[in-house]
Design a protein around this ligand. Structure first.
Ligand code: ZN
Length: 185
């Protein structure tokens, strides 16, 4: 498990804390990656490049790519400040573009790649869009709603559950966040 928790200097985050309140089962981030298909790394690399564009624009560096049948159909990087839109998270922008590209409000064939664990809004949108699969890089211990704070994307309480893969290029995704926030201190 790769986590990002350093939003502010001195802010404590509890690693291993799960939405169910219990400790996470012990697992090694590197060993987990052994089974990650190269294709997942390829698209996560593209999401990372988008995250760097967000950082260059002074936005929190999160990037997302929507893929259907092996092709990128949507891209987004975190832009709430520049768009003056609190919903302009990378995942939402990628979903919007994918829906336009596929001319469908349901994205059942889509895999969404995000550099950071999606928040509650984005996880909810992924479920509403019936996205098939979510691949994310680092956990977000502060706002993450897929594993860290809530488990919205594969909840038994909802009508749609995504297949979830985490930790793909996780160290790089977390490092990008850390360096962004440490540069702002
Ligand atoms: Zn979000």
């Amino acid at each position: 498990m790769v986590t990002f928790s350093e939003y502010r200097a001195g802010e404590a985050a509890t690693e291993g804390e799960s939405a169910n309140g219990g400790p996470e089962p012990a697992k090694s981030g590197c060993c987990k990656l052994a089974g990650v298909p190269a294709i997942d790394e390829l698209f996560m690399r593209e999401a990372l490049e988008l995250a760097m564009q967000a950082a260059a624009a002074g936005e929190v560096p999160v990037g997302a790519v929507a893929v259907a049948e092996g092709a990128v159909v949507g891209r987004g990087f975190n832009s709430p400040i520049s768009l003056a839109d609190p919903t302009a998270h990378a995942e939402i922008l990628a979903l919007r573009e994918a829906s336009r590209a596929l001319a469908n409000y349901r994205l059942e064939a889509v895999t969404l790649y995000a550099t950071l664990e999606p928040c509650a809004m984005c996880a909810g949108a992924l479920v509403a869009a019936r996205v098939r699969r979510l691949v994310f890089g680092a956990r977000d211990l502060r706002f993450g709603a897929v594993r860290s704070k809530f488990r919205i994307a594969d909840s038994e309480l909802l009508n749609h559950r995504l297949e979830i893969v985490e930790g793909v290029l996780g160290a790089e995704c977390a490092e990008l966040m850390k360096s962004f926030f440490s540069a702002r201190r």
